[in-house]
Design a protein around this ligand. Structure first.
Ligand code: GTP
Ligand code: MG
Length: 208
């Protein structure tokens, strides 16, 4: 049994990634991806998702409809062998005490961490989020999300961003096991990057 925590700054796409994986499980698509296998949803809990009040939409990051207050959760089972795994996706708005409590709780109980970054905005504030997280395993996984919104010379710039992230965590004596480049929304032409979401979660849960 693996407990995975999806951690990252506000609106990087943690909940979208979890919802997309649930869709892959429900539609049986999880068998079709690289390293795919038959798995079944045991339980989902997205009740910690709250509608963003109009008044809170003053900045660009809050233009979305919902934000996570209490951690979202998925429990699924590998059909063969019957192992169950739990994925937690707490909110990213660490200025709110109740959200921050979720982040701290999940960072303590997760045996594997996926640090999620969005490729559509500055890395600095996204790093600041992780300065507040005190409990980390010795090694983590990194997800670079919103590849569809990433402009510019992809290969070269992605290497530079991976290096920055590696340096940031290595300074804290945290090793990076692997990077995954994903798209958390279903957008034409980005199916492969949707698949990467399922491949990432399967790889992390079924390899431990
Ligand atoms: N274009 C694009 N949009 C995405 C992608 N992933 C997520 N989004 C959008 O980004 C916004 C934020 O997504 P969420 O999944 O709520 O982000 P979050 O990290 O869970 O946010 P908090 O829990 O509130 O911190 C939503 O409007 C999503 O539709 C992606 O890969 N590409
Ligand atoms: Mg969320």
């Amino acid at each position: 049994m693996v407990n995975v925590g999806l951690l990252g700054d506000i609106s990087v796409g943690k909940t979208s990634i979890l919802r997309l994986f649930v869709k892959y499980l429900n539609k049986g698509d999880v068998e079709k991806v690289e390293g795919g296998k038959k798995c079944t949803v045991v339980k989902t809990d997205f009740s910690g998702e709250a509608t963003v009040p109009q008044g809170d939409k003053e900045d660009k990051l809050n233009e979305k409809e919902t934000k996570t207050i209490h951690p979202n959760r998925l429990v699924f089972r590998e059909d063969e062998g019957g192992k169950a795994h739990t994925i937690f996706a707490p909110g990213g708005d660490r200025q709110r005490a109740v959200v921050k409590m979720g982040i701290i709780t999940i960072s303590r109980i997760a045996t594997q961490i996926i640090a999620v970054f969005s490729l559509d905005r500055d890395m600095k504030t996204q790093f600041e989020f992780f300065n507040d997280v005190r409990f980390f395993p010795d090694s983590i996984y990194v997800c670079l999300n919103k590849i569809d919104l990433y402009k510019g010379d992809k290969a070269a710039k992605l290497d530079e961003i991976k290096k920055q992230i590696g340096d940031f965590f290595n300074k804290r004596k945290i090793k990076i096991n692997d990077f995954f480049v994903t798209c958390g929304e279903t957008i034409d032409g980005f199916d492969d990057f949707n698949n990467h979401v399922a491949e990432m979660i399967l790889k992390i849960t079924t390899s431990h």
